[in-house]
Design a protein around this ligand. Sequence first.
Ligand code: GKR
Ligand code: MG
Length: 430
Amino acid sequence: MSRPMPTIVRATVTPILISDPPLLNVLGVHQPYTPRSIVEIETDTGVVGIGETYGDSDYLAVARALAKTVVGRPLTSLNGLSDLAYESAGLTVEAGKEFDPAGLRGSRTNEKLIRSVVSAFEVASLDALGVTLGLPVHALLGGKVRDRVDYSGYLFYRWAEHPVDDAPTDTWGAALDPEGIVRQAQRFADDYGFTSFKLKGGVYEPEQEVAAIRALAEAFPGYPLRLDPNGGWSVDAGVRVAEELGGLLEYLEDPTTGIDGMAEVRARTGVMLATNMCVTTFGEIPEAFAKDAVQVVLSDHHYWGGLQATRELAALCRTHGVALSMHSNTHLGVSLAAMTHVASVIPDLEYACDSHRPWQTEDVITEPHTFKGGAIEVSDAPGLGVTLDRDAMAALHERWVRLGVRDRDDVAAMRKADPTWVQPPLPRWK
Ligand code: GKR
Ligand code: MG
C-alpha cells in the first residue's frame, strides 16, 4: 500500500542581512551587509526543510508570493514549482528579457529570477523529504559518486576595512597588490587547505592582475589558477591576458562579455574559458556551445533552478563535451550544503567549485561547515544534514529590519569611498 505524500502546511521566507568584507570587483566593492533569504517548508507530519537563495528585493517579492501558494501542495510536487512561481508573482517568461551586461551574474531575466527563487523551495522540499525518508539529499538525486567535494580558494583584492562607521571588521587586512594576494592565498591554504585558487579580477589594469597570477604561480607551483574579471576586459585585452598567462591558467573566466566576444577570445588563443555570465540559462546554451564560446559552465544551482536542474545542465554539458563546475556568490551554510550534495552526484566534476563561504563570519546553521584539504565532506545524514540555528537567523533578520539594506549594490558601496564613482561601462579595461 502506498503511503500518503506529506503535504506542505507552512512556508516561510526570512530575509536576513549577513556581514560581508570589503571585497573589490569590476563594479565596485561589497557592502558591509548583503541580503539573503532563508526558506522553510513544513509538512503535515511536522518536518521542516530549509533552503537559501539571493535576498534582494525582487527575489524576496517572488519568494513571498510563492510561499503563500505552495501551502496545501504535496511536498513532492517539485516539477510544478516554476509555473506556480510565475503565476503567484504575476510574471511571464517573455517579459523582462533584459540583458544587463555589467551584471556580475549575466542576464537579468524573469526566468532567472523565478528559477533562483524556486531553487530555495526545491532545496527546502528535498531537505524535508530526505528527513521524512531518512535519506540524504544526494540519495534523492541518485546517490553520491564522491565523498568529498573540492572547492577552490576564492581570492579578492580587498581593503582592510569598509570606509563607513559601524561596519563589520575582520583580521584579513588589505590585499591590493601581488604580495597581498599571495599572503591571502597562503592564509587560505593554511586555514582551509585549498589546493587551487581563483582571483577575482577586473579591479586593476589587466597587466597588474597578470602580475598577481604570476606571483601566485611562483608561490604555489603546480596549483590550478583562475582569473575572473567578470567581463571587464575588451576582446583584445582578453586575448592579451590569455596569451601572457595561457600556460599558467587552468581556465580564464568571463574575460569579456557576451557569447561572440568569448568565442573570439577562444578562437584567437585556444585558452579554456569558463562562464557564469554569458551562459546562465538553458536558452543561452545552443548558441554558446555552437560557437565554442565556453568550455566550462559554472553552474549556480540558485539561478539554474535547483539541484535537479543542475543535473539536467550537467547532462547537457556532458553531451556537448563542455565541463561543469560551480559558481558562487556571497552565501551561507544552507547553500553550501545544497551545492555539496549536488556536486557529489555529478560524475564528471573535474574542477574545484567556487565558494565565498570562507569570507563569511556568520551563519544560520548550528554547525557551520569546515573546509579540510580544501574540500567539504558530503553528508550522509537525512536531508541536507544541517540544522537551522533559529536564534542566529532571528538576529540576522532583526539586522535586516533595523538597517533597511534591501539590495546588494557594489557601485553604491564604492561611492562611500569615492563620491565620484559611477558604474564602470564595460569593457572597463581595453
Ligand atoms: O562577489 O564580487 C563578487 C563576485 O564578483 C560575484 O558577484 C560573482 O557573481 O563570484 C561571482 C563570479 O564568479 O563571477
Ligand atoms: Mg565568475
